[in-house]
Design a protein around this ligand. Structure first.
Ligand SMILES: O=C(O)c1cccc(C(=O)CC[C@H]2O[C@@H](n3cnc4c(=O)[nH]cnc43)[C@H](O)[C@@H]2O)c1
Length: 228
């Protein structure tokens, strides 16, 4: 992690939470040495529970430091919406497997009456991030991103999850966890995925992790010059 700010600086500071170290390194490669001072980048672990705990702990010990929390990493892309090497920014982060299976189908936590499975991204920040990408001639789809504890591995689950969240373009395993932690600290959040594989029948040999990490690096290269 780059140094944490402990002062009451008015400068914009952004916390970026990846799952694994390879993603963190890609983000750091994208950020120039100068701009790294405005970003802290941590690898919080795989899955919503690990990143929620890690992010919440960090935010509790750095109150007033951050303006935005970004969940970032590689992810699965829904065919026809986001292909390998493409970028997806979340307009909403949806916990897609939080609920109950029933003989008649899946019931979300919302339908069960236990809360909400959706957290909206901060749209002002999204517009700023999209403008940075556009200035760098990078394209990005703004769409719902699903968070799942088990990556989709069959056509049937892909169809179910697409039906659950029409328009979803990507799937990862951390966004909702990061967003929950940010929300509990009253902070804006969003999620960026660089697509490494198609959401559908599992075929690890078809994952293009290198391409996705390069796309992630390029995205943060574009974010590096964001104004304070
Ligand atoms: O093996 C490697 O070198 C390597 C390098 C970077 C990342 C990985 C991961 O396996 C990261 C796991 C991470 O990726 C997200 N992810 C990617 N595809 C999907 C998907 O189809 N469905 C859900 N999640 C996906 C996820 O956020 C994991 O945490 C390996």
């Amino acid at each position: 992690m780059s140094q944490l700010l402990t002062s009451d600086s008015m400068e914009t500071r952004i916390l970026v939470v990846t799952a694994v170290e390879a993603e963190r390194e890609a983000v750091l490669r994208g950020l120039s040495a100068a701009s790294t001072a405005r970003f802290d980048v941590i690898a919080g672990g795989v899955g919503p529970a690990a990143v929620a705990a890690r992010t919440a702990t960090l935010l509790a010990s750095s109150k007033g430091t951050y303006n935005l929390v970004v969940s970032a990493g590689i992810g699965g892309g829904f065919p026809g919406r986001a292909g390998i090497g493409e970028l997806v920014l979340a307009d909403v982060m949806v916990s897609a497997d939080l609920g109950a299976e029933t003989p008649d189908g899946f019931l979300s936590v919302d339908e069960l009456g236990f809360g909400s499975s959706r957290i909206s991204s901060d749209m002002e920040w999204n517009q700023r991030l999209l403008a940075q990408l556009s200035n760098a001639a990078l394209t990005c789809t703004l769409a719902p991103i699903l968070t799942v504890s088990s990556a989709t591995g069959t056509a049937a689950t892909a169809k179910l999850r697409e039906r659950l969240v029409p328009g979803a373009a990507a799937e990862g395993m951390e966004g909702f966890g990061v967003a929950i932690a940010a929300a509990q600290h009253g902070l804006a959040a969003t999620e960026l995925r660089a697509i490494s594989n198609a959401v559908g029948p599992r075929d690890r040999s078809a994952w293009r992790i290198g391409e996705a990490l390069k796309a992630l690096e390029n995205a943060f290269g574009a974010f590096a010059s964001i104004t304070p």
